[in-house]
Design a protein around this ligand. Sequence first.
Ligand SMILES: *Cc1c(COP(=O)(O)O)cnc(C)c1O
Length: 363
Amino acid sequence: MTRPPTLEVLPEAVAANVVGVRARTRGVVMAVVKADGYGHGAVAVAEAAVAAGAGWLGTTSVAEGSLLRASGLAVPILAWLHPSGIDAEAAAVSRVDVAVGSVDELGALLAQAPVGVRIHLYVDTGMSRGGCPRGQWDELVGLALRGQEARRVRVVGVMGHLPLADWADPAANASAVGWMREARRVVRAAGLGRPIAHLAATSGALTDPATHFGMVRVGAGLVGIDPSGTVEMQGASRLTAPIVHTAEVPAGTAVGYAGTYVTERVTHLSVLPVGYADGIPRECSPQAGVEICGRRFPVAGRVSMDQIVVDTGAESFPVGTSATLFGPDGGATPTVQDWARWAGTIPHTIVTGIGPRVKRSIG
Ligand SMILES: *Cc1c(COP(=O)(O)O)cnc(C)c1O
């Protein structure tokens, strides 16, 4: 039996990336493992990050946070998006903190049974996607204070989010930093103590200490993606697939749907059993390639739903030979960043797009 298409997750790379971020901040590192750890497996990434010194975990939903808690992770966990409202009971039982971004959201939380949920007040620092508008901040803080006095909630954090998440430009963050400071001042002045403040994601963590406050929330950076494009991180996964079919074909052979690729000479074709249903971008350019036995070979023709064809030229590889679509290895092996460039997208969409048919293994 040959090894099926596999995404090998590399915990040492995650650990090295956490160490790299920690060297750049005096704040605590929150490891953000939403979208199943950016496609790498939330628990595996979280465990590696915590072992390397991440002090918190972050997820989108309480349900994702509860899964981490259930797998034995003991550090504080924060969830910041509640599509069907905050389930206070679930948050309390799993000890998952929740971000609260509006007066309505906090009102609905306080109306539930008094279970003592830990909350982070979320101010809109310029994104207009989440968080409390500045004009309602005083009201939100006042309501939180009453909720805390009634022991229904405990305010443990104040957060914002940088809109320019992929810019290495401190000046561009200045207004968000200013709003964050002001939001924190209002919270302190209200008598809510000194909850931990956090604003930066990977880019801010790597490039702008003014955004760090007490904690930085790092997701992309854990798996080797620096959205600011300024720091070399370690890729944390390797995608491989076996050759399942080969053929020697004459010059002038059309390959794949619509015959967009026509061989120029006698050549060898190898078929890999991964396609766009597995997250191989159909829109990738003719530069796209894979590594086989230490050499780079081009993807020939269109990406199909379940397969791609590789033109290996004069080389003929036996069925079962492993091809590497991406990995941290360098040389002939493409990176996630290469695939993002070939597909005209960002590395995030490549790693989060790898489908469920691809087996996961921990390297
Ligand atoms: C996704 C996310 C992060 C992490 O962003 P990266 O750029 O991937 O590090 C941090 N905070 C919030 C609110 C997020 O949604």
